[in-house]
Design a protein around this ligand. Structure first.
Ligand code: 5GP
Ligand code: ZN
Length: 142
């Protein structure tokens, strides 16, 4: 738990939230500013700033709950699809530094769009170089 963290305060009940599900390790509640109505946040009850420092087990528990919520949005809201968003670090758009997964129900004509601008590698040298750097990075992770 982190004293000043807004999501830890939600877990402790010090800030009101609209809870939809919780278990021993995770909590799911409505995002206060929904991209689409029903937009739900899933968080671990233990504080981790982001995916970077989360226990793999906690990350897995959060994803299992995100799947439950996605299925519940499809079944309960009659959603036609679901987006999962997850931001790590300010540059990636993370505003609240407590690991969280956005589960966003999608409906035909819901008016929600984001700019997915596909880039391009200059060639195989560049793409192989990127893959090699990621493989090297794997050696630095636990
Ligand atoms: P991020 O940009 O960090 O991925 O997303 C943070 C999310 O938390 C935002 O979508 C924002 O609307 C939501 N949020 C911020 N403060 C609160 C709050 O006090 N209560 C709830 N329910 N959601 C919040
Ligand atoms: Zn926290």
């Amino acid at each position: 738990m982190n004293e000043s963290c807004i999501f830890c305060k939600i877990i402790r009940g010090e800030i009101p939230s609209t809870r939809v599900y919780e278990d021993e390790h995770t909590l799911a509640f409505l995002d206060i500013g929904p991209l689409v109505k029903g937009h739900t946040l899933v968080i671990p009850k233990q504080h981790f700033d982001s995916l970077r420092d989360a226990d793999p087990e906690a990350a897995a528990q959060v994803m299992v709950t995100a799947q439950k919520i996605a299925r519940a949005q499809l079944n309960g809201l009659g959603a036609d699809g679901v987006n999962i968003h997850q931001a790590n670090g300010r540059v990636a758009g993370q505003v609240v530094p407590h690991l969280h997964v956005h589960v966003v129900p999608r409906f035909k004509d819901d008016g929600y769009h984001w700019n997915w601008k596909a880039g391009k590698y200059a060639g195989a040298d560049e793409s192989n170089g990127m893959a090699e750097k990621i493989r090297q990075g794997l050696k630095q992770t636990a």
